[in-house]
Design a protein around this ligand. Structure first.
Ligand SMILES: Nc1ncnc2c1ncn2[C@@H]1O[C@H](COP(=O)(O)OP(=O)(O)OP(=O)(O)O)[C@@H](O)[C@H]1O
Ligand SMILES: [Mg+2]
Length: 236
């Protein structure tokens, strides 16, 4: 068996635009050039309607550009079929949204086991062990058997993060992950994202309105009218 070169571990957007067709076409983002490498913590900021969510969906292969390319670890998202994209997301990307999107009829650990079983490759017993370890790292081991409506808002968002981590993603893409939380819980979610970058070399891309939280990220991309107007790496 020959070993090829390591596949690239980065997301690249090159000349990306996304236009919604229609009588009056709507441009969601335009001319985006962005390379996000392994282990980066990137905050995407900008006013409401500036294209933050749209850009995140493109970077996470939940949406496809109408011009330019998004390349995730060597796969051009617009060049493969829907099934391949679903597999790519399942294996590489964990999503976290403002409203948690946990399935309310399932317990916390069951919510984690659903994507794990879809990915497969190991026994359910191993999956459970891994899920419990993730929950413990987020101080949620006591909550594994609870349903989402039995949790506090902060616990629920941590449970959503636990689910995002279930398949050991290289990339965590978060859209206003703290938007629905009080200051303390918002800071806690950012602490955890920060730890995933520093201790586990994962890549985090987080959309946030909150300038204080955005300052926690090492790199900040600011959007206006669908364009990048600033791309700044914090020194220090
Ligand atoms: N399905 C759609 N149909 C029409 N316009 C849309 C649609 N989705 C988004 N838009 C428009 O595209 C632009 C970018 O939207 P997007 O949701 O990416 O902004 P955002 O920066 O995430 O805003 P917010 O901070 O309010 O979440 C906005 O002007 C929005 O009105
Ligand atoms: Mg948005």
């Amino acid at each position: 068996m020959t070993e090829g070169p390591e596949p690239p571990s980065r997301i690249v957007a090159a000349g990306v635009s996304r236009v919604l067709p229609g009588v009056v076409p709507v441009t969601l983002v335009r001319d985006i050039d962005l390379t996000i490498g392994r282990g980066e913590f990137l905050a995407i900021t900008g006013p409401s309607g500036s294209g933050k969510s749209s850009l995140l969906y493109l970077l996470g292969a939940l949406d496809l550009p109408t011009a330019g390319v998004v390349d995730i670890d060597g796969t051009v998202t617009s060049a493969v079929d829907g099934e391949a994209l679903a597999t790519l997301r399942l294996r590489k990307i964990g999503f976290l949204f403002q409203f948690h999107f946990l399935l309310s009829e399932f317990t916390v650990i069951e919510n984690m086991l659903i994507p794990m079983r879809r990915k497969g490759g190991t026994t359910v017993r191993k999956m459970r062990e891994r899920a419990m370890a993730i929950l413990a790292s987020l101080h949620l081991d006591g909550e594994a058997a609870k349903k989402p409506d039995q949790l506090s808002g902060g616990q629920r968002q941590r449970a959503a993060l636990a689910r995002a981590l279930a398949n050991d993603p290289d990339y965590i893409l978060a859209d206003e992950p703290s938007g629905n939380l009080d200051t303390r819980n918002a800071a806690l979610v950012f602490d955890m994202l920060d730890r995933l970058v520093r201790e586990e070399q994962r890549t985090v891309i987080a959309v946030t309105h909150d300038i204080v939280l955005a300052e926690r990220a090492r790199r900040r991309v600011h959007l206006r009218d669908g364009r990048i107007v600033e791309d700044r790496v914090r020194t220090a």
